[in-house]
Design a protein around this ligand. Structure first.
Ligand SMILES: Cc1cc2nc3c(=O)[nH]c(=O)nc-3n(C[C@H](O)[C@H](O)[C@H](O)COP(=O)(O)O)c2cc1C
Length: 177
């Protein structure tokens, strides 16, 4: 796995730079950027783990690479490192997916109870209700401030018909095609 150091700004640039953007300002601005919604899952030591994620994106077609970023405050980076991979489950706009999206973002929820899932080709959990699942081997990780950026090499893909869930200005909705 590769890692890379962040680019540091020089002193002259820092002196003329505008006031730093706050976390709230950035979060609000990102709210204007419509995304899909995924649940990223990985096998844990005793039980599977997963969380709702919208930082997912594609990186490369050859090799087939995707990325997402994990908040270091969750204290789960080692779980994904030890799992050696993850599945990105792209969630639909139906009620089953909606329930899973909410459950997998709540800290106190028993996330996998009542969820339909199976172990994929790489041994990582795959959510059966997802409209697409990309099973990945952990290919690299990069520092990203208070997040870590995980890059996965896609080993297997499954899809089913369905409209995708959408996330915009802090609200879940459906994307009508
Ligand atoms: C729509 C949506 C998108 C999210 N995207 C991310 C993300 O990209 N990365 C991340 O670390 N947390 C993301 N979260 C927050 C996590 O889902 C949530 O904090 C996490 O489930 C907490 O897990 P823990 O209780 O195991 O720490 C998102 C939440 C929602 C509702």
């Amino acid at each position: 796995m590769e890692t890379i150091a962040p680019v540091s700004e020089n002193e002259e640039d820092a002196a003329t730079a505008p006031a730093p953007v706050s976390a709230t300002e950035l979060r609000n601005a990102m709210g204007y950027f419509l995304t899909g919604v995924t649940i990223v899952t990985a096998r844990g030591i005793d039980q599977p783990y997963g969380l709702t994620v919208n930082s997912f994106n594609s990186v490369s077609l050859d090799p087939p690479l995707v990325l997402w970023s994990l908040d270091l405050g969750h204290d789960r980076a080692d779980l994904f490192r030890n799992a050696g991979g993850f599945t990105v489950n792209v969630m639909g706009a139906d009620s089953a997916c909606d329930e899973l999206i909410r459950k997998f973002s709540k800290s106190d929820a028993d996330r996998f109870s009542g969820a339909n899932w199976h172990s994929g080709v790489s041994g990582q959990p795959v959510l059966t209700d997802a409209i697409a699942s990309l099973e990945c081997r952990l290919w690299a990780e990069y520092p990203g401030g208070d997040h870590v950026i995980f890059i996965g090499e896609v080993l297997n893909i499954s899809t089913r018909d369905g409209r995708p869930a959408a996330y915009f200005k802090g609200q879940l909705s459906a994307f009508s095609s």
